[in-house]
Design a protein around this ligand. Structure first.
Ligand SMILES: Nc1ncnc2c1ncn2[C@@H]1O[C@H](COP(=O)(O)OP(=O)(O)O)[C@@H](O)[C@H]1O
Ligand SMILES: O=C(CO)[C@H](O)[C@H](O)COP(=O)(O)O
Length: 555
């Protein structure tokens, strides 16, 4: 009898399911569904306006998608053959719930309060709280700061929860639990609140050696936060690959699976992608390239690298220190350009030729040489995650003239994101976490070869590409097989899974020397601007943002 597991990848706009044949390593079927409520960044379901920099989701969507995508991937196989499920999620994505897991937004008394909903990873409205947290942590000499590159991000658990407390204390009070969405879905699937140590480590300031920050630290932030860990989070955490429990009868009925099959503890999209590319050792950076990019590296040592998102022992692969850095907008910047800045004759040409605008712009931009447009951009359309860790920074395009063409701007935006990645690679190398090769997965490597060549030219490194178009879902399915265990037909460890399952494409991108030489000069210019706008020499971006905010505060 064949053995299968299912991986579910919860992305920003949609969830994807993948059925993996554990004997042949074949991805038998995939299915995707957009979240019915999408990303709520302007209005709540009742039409109420949401302030700027917010990004919410509806937790009911996470269950709704399962009703469709699981039955779709298991069509045609015997459900007895599916032995496990793993999931991965965008993170830090959190929601307030009652003790039994009921989300507060599903309770009539709270459904009109935006703080009762899921705060998506790219909810950037807790920057004030993050700034205060960093200030207080620095004053107190808190050792945890160093593990997180010197700063805690506004995207993470504590700033987001503190924002709830500041702006909606009644929601904070009513929440028995504040959960990562990945842990919440696992609780819905198994009936068990078994939280994973990966999200706690990267997003909630927890470490295997030191645990959470002290109650005194939380009290110094706000006396009402003193017992946040015991009252709203949990000190009981389980390493990735652990079985969270068996699939409940109700969920089995809803999805068409067998009750009791193994469900792995929750995981994160970027983190599951590392073994899903076959990477289980140092020196190789895995880039998950889509709307944003996450940069993941392993090392045998714990080194404090400034500006990264974090280093967590066992956070990606047991026995190694897992490093994460990232850019909070990449594909999203190109989407913005396509949606807002492309003239009618380009739209018309794309329509006539039946190609999408990205393809048209890429075709035109491919004819340009590095530096030929005279443009240089900074990629901070959604703030800067690494290495400045500042959501209040914004984008720049420099060098525009009356002759500037859309494809020149499009290429400059792609180049800007490549410089952002180069800044991160240099930061790791300069601090002793070596990056010698790049491994790429996600939507962008499949969609744009020019972009991949630019990344190789700008970084000066070769790039290998995943064969799977659903690398996170594949990784989640691999962890589902580890949770099921060898006896059931799964794997003994994630190392075994990473040896047997992943495949790479034959094509590999290598730097083109002539391009790399010009990009080196452009990158030096980028670095000058990066430090000028990003390190306090000129805080114009923050001043502009403050003026803009004064309008929304008036409302
Ligand atoms: N041909 C293209 N070139 C560059 N970017 C593209 C192209 N087509 C789509 N995109 C961008 O790819 C992103 C989606 O990437 P994908 O990996 O599929 O999504 P996600 O990050 O949500 O998993 C969008 O932000 C979109 O703007
Ligand atoms: O920070 C993360 C992982 O640690 C997020 O999950 C990620 O940035 C969102 O990914 P995507 O752009 O693929 O939805």
């Amino acid at each position: 009898m064949a053995k299968y597991t299912i991986g579910i990848d919860y992305g920003t706009e949609s969830a994807r399911a993948l059925l993996l044949n554990l004997d042949t390593a074949e991805e038998v079927a995939t299915a995707a569904m957009n979240y019915p409520h999408g990303v709520m960044d302007e209005r709540l379901p009742n039409g109420m306006a949401i302030p700027p920099d917010w990004a919410l989701q509806h937790p009911d969507d996470y269950i709704e998608v399962l009703k469709h995508i699981i039955p779709e991937v298991i069509k045609g196989i015997d459900k007895e053959e599916v032995i496990g499920i793993g999931i991965d999620f965008t993170s830090c994505t959190i929601l307030p719930t009652k003790k039994n897991g009921t989300p507060l937004c599903d309770i009539d008394a709270y459904k009109n309060n935006p703080h009762a909903y899921v705060k998506l990873w790219k909810h950037h409205a807790a920057q004030d709280e993050a700034n205060r947290l960093n200030e207080i942590a620095r004053q107190r000499g808190e050792s945890f700061l160093e593990r997180y590159g010197g700063k805690i991000s506004s995207e993470w658990v504590i700033p987001k929860v503190w924002q709830i407390l500041n702006e909606a204390p009644e929601i904070y009070e009513a929440a028995d639990r504040i959960m990562e969405a990945t842990d919440w879905v696992i609780m819905m699937l198994t009936g068990n609140e078994k939280r994973n140590s990966c999200t706690a480590g990267y997003k909630a300031i927890w470490s295997k050696k030191e645990g959470y920050p002290s109650n005194e630290f939380f009290a110094a932030l706000d006396p009402r936060l003193e017992h946040i860990v015991d009252e709203k989070l949990s000190r009981e955490l389980y390493p990735v690959g652990t079985k969270a429990g068996g699939l409940t009868q109700a969920m089995a009925q809803m999805t068409g699976l067998k009750p009791g099959i193994a469900v792995a503890v929750g995981n994160v999209d970027a983190h599951v992608s590392v073994p899903a590319m076959g990477v289980t050792s140092p020196g190789k950076m895995v880039m998950i390239m889509g709307t944003s990019i996450c940069h993941m590296v392993l090392s045998e040592q714990e080194i404090h690298v400034p500006g990264i998102c974090g280093v967590v022992e066992d956070g990606i692969i047991p026995g190694l220190f897992g490093y994460e850095a990232g850019q909070s907008a990449v594909g999203d910047i190109f989407a913005w350009f396509v949606e807002n800045c492309v003239p009618a004759d380009y739209q018309e040409e794309a329509k006539t030729r039946n190609i999408n605008i990205h393809t048209l712009l890429t075709e035109k931009a491919s004819k340009l040489k590095p530096g030929q447009s005279g443009l240089l951009a900074i990629d901070w359309w959604n703030g800067n995650r690494s290495i400045l860790v500042d959501a209040d920074l914004s984008g720049v395009i420099l060098g525009m003239t009356l002759l500037t063409k859309p494809e020149e701007i499009y290429r400059a935006l792609i180049e800007a994101t490549a410089y952002g990645t180069r800044t991160i690679i240099d930061d790791f190398n300069e601090h002793g976490v070596s990056v010698e090769e790049l491994y790429a997965c996600g939507g962008l490597p499949e969609k744009n070869k020019m972009l991949m060549q630019i990344y190789s030219d700008v970084s000066g490194l070769p790039i290998k590409v995943a064969k799977s178009s659903q690398t996170p879902a594949l990784g989640a399915a691999m962890f589902g097989a580890v949770a099921a265990g060898k006896e059931q037909g799964g794997f003994e460890s994630i190392f075994e899974a990473a040896r047997k399952i992943p495949k790479l494409k034959d094509e590999e991108y290598k730097p083109i020397a002539a391009n790399a030489a010009i990009y080196e000069r452009l990158y030096q210019e980028y670095k000058t601007l990066h430090d000028y706008f990003g390190r306090g020499a000129n805080d114009v971006m923050k001043r502009l943002k403050a003026i803009k905010k004064s309008y929304s505060d008036e409302r």
